[in-house]
Design a protein around this ligand. Structure first.
Ligand code: PSU
Ligand code: MN
Length: 301
């Protein structure tokens, strides 16, 4: 594992750091925009007062914080593999290049001593999981990883209520940030209520401190931060695209780790970029809020 000098310096001085995943760059956002967006996400963390640590496997090394050459390679190389926790050791031993999911980013971030992480959306329980057993390793990893993830909920391509049930079973807390509703990624409200709501970074930092004192920080915590309602995808366009995307995935027999990238790409193409605009807006928003939370926590820890 190699920690970028700027990240290492911040961690040892107890200054705020925010981990960022890289699968969103390699597989979640279309080229060639993805590289510029990855840089904007890092800038949003800086604007929020923290040091960004984008995580990936480069030349077999788990890198915590990427220099520009590594970020470019993750965004542009055709060799980049989507890496979950179960793949980390193999890609490292094979000296490969890999982009980390929420699960593997959370794992490596926690191992590096980073406690706050920003992403777009979590993986979750897929629709038809009763037949396919397709549930993202993001959920079980969060159940045993000390990390706080700021995200815009999960995509409606997933089974949202089943995902919330699983998070409950797995002891992963879900707290709405300035909302009582679980966000719906492209939409501000998924239609499902949450038990808890916090309204400021300081309030979140209070919860993080209590977690550490009471030992529940061994489990992940989700801070669910909705896209502003004014920036959300048109609801009718969303519903239409969702039905068509699910049908296309079924028709093409898409399976396993290809399902999420397939549906993301379908949305970006079929909405003429409107879903991409929403996706970028919500990720930048999450990066800034995560930085503010990390800063509030570092100030009092
Ligand atoms: N959801 C998104 N964008 C993404 C992903 C999920 O809105 O890019 C990525 C994340 O890296 C997440 C992964 O951890 O997909 C989940 O994939 P799977 O369902 O194969 O675990
Ligand atoms: Mn899966």
């Amino acid at each position: 594992m190699q920690v970028h000098p700027e990240v290492a310096a911040a961690l040892s001085a107890n200054r705020p750091v925010v981990a960022l995943e890289s699968t969103i760059i390699s597989h979640g956002l279309p080229r060639p925009d993805n590289l510029g967006i990855a840089r904007q996400i890092e800038q949003a963390v800086r604007d929020g007062g923290a040091v960004p640590a984008t995580i990936a496997i480069v030349a077999g090394q788990a890198r915590i914080g990427l220099d520009d050459a590594a970020l470019s390679a993750i965004a542009t190389s055709d060799e980049v593999v989507k890496v979950s926790v179960r793949d980390i050791a193999t890609i490292a031993a094979r000296r490969g290049i890999g982009a980390t999911t929420v699960a593997s980013t959370a794992h490596l971030a926690a191992r590096a001593g980073i406690s706050v992480f920003a992403t777009g959306g979590l993986g979750g329980v897929h629709r038809e999981a009763r037949e396919s057993w397709d549930e993202s390793a993001d959920l079980t990893t969060l159940s045993r990883t000390p990390i706080t993830v700021v995200c815009a909920g999960v995509k409606s391509i997933l089974d949202v209520p089943a995902t919330l049930e699983r998070l409950e079973t797995l002891n992963v807390g879900v707290i709405g940030y300035r909302t009582d509703a679980f966000p719906g990624f492209y939409l501000a409200d998924s239609g499902y209520r949450l038990d808890w709501r916090l309204d400021t970074p300081a309030e979140v930092a209070d919860v993080l401190r209590a977690r550490a004192l009471l030992g529940t920080d061994r489990y992940g915590l989700v801070i669910a931060n909705p896209i502003p309602a004014t920036d959300q995808l048109d609801v009718a366009l969303h519903d239409r695209t969702l039905l068509a995307g699910l049908a296309a995935a079924r028709e093409h027999g898409v399976r396993g780790k290809d399902v999420t990238p397939f549906l993301l790409d379908f949305f970006h193409r079929e909405t003429d970029g409107a879903s991409l605009t929403a996706n970028v807006t919500l990720v930048l928003n999450n990066a800034r809020v995560a930085a503010e939370i990390a800063a509030a926590y570092a100030a009092t820890a």
